[in-house]
Design a protein around this ligand. Structure first.
Ligand code: NI
Length: 184
């Protein structure tokens, strides 16, 4: 089932999301719905707060990027209760977008290497060191679980440049090809 994507201005996007337990109701169905919602909106990642749930669940698909990154062919993964333990490596700039910020694309500086722990869909714990593009997508998505969005990483000047579009979103005037839940 395709769910509406919550847009900038929705308070849930600024909440601290909570870890879940294995008895969380209908988790498999929720994850399937998140994958479907992300894909139809052409996203590479989706965090539960973006569909209105303040819980630590994220889905990532890098399959659509596999032309550029062949190692990510068929990469589709759900992350339960992810936490970044450490960041390192050099800082790298790359343009990012977000389904909760339709129409905004800005360069964001992030660590090239992270140490993460998370559980898979079966609540098996994993701890990994991740680099490059996946590390970037993870940092973007896991930020959502701490109430952060990529625009928070922009310089005051860049933020000033997008102020008009952000204000339009607060008035419920965002436009996109997918179904959204705006504040108004
Ligand atoms: Ni996002």
């Amino acid at each position: 089932m395709i769910l509406p994507i919550y847009v900038y201005g929705q308070p849930v996007l600024r909440e601290q999301a909570k870890d879940i337990t294995p008895d969380y109701p209908n988790l498999k169905e929720l994850i399937a719905n998140m994958f479907e919602t992300m894909r139809q909106a052409d996203g590479v990642g989706l965090a539960a707060p973006q569909i209105g749930l303040p819980i630590r669940v994220v889905v990532i698909t890098l399959d659509p990027s596999s032309d550029e990154y062949p190692e990510f062919k068929d990469f589709n993964k759900a992350y339960i209760n992810p936490h970044i333990l450490e960041t390192g490596g050099e800082e790298v700039s790359m343009e990012e977008g977000c389904l909760s910020l339709p129409g905004i694309h800005e360069s964001v500086k992030r660590a090239n290497e992270i140490r993460v722990k998370y559980m898979d869909e079966d609540f098996v714990e994993h701890e990994e060191t991740v680099t490059g593009y996946l590390a970037r997508v993870m940092q973007h998505e896991f930020d959502h679980l701490d109430g952060k969005m990529f625009i928070d990483h922009l310089s005051p000047l860049r933020k000033q440049m997008i102020r008009g579009r952000l204000n339009a979103m607060l008035k419920g005037k965002a436009r996109s090809s997918y179904r959204m839940k705006q504040v108004k």
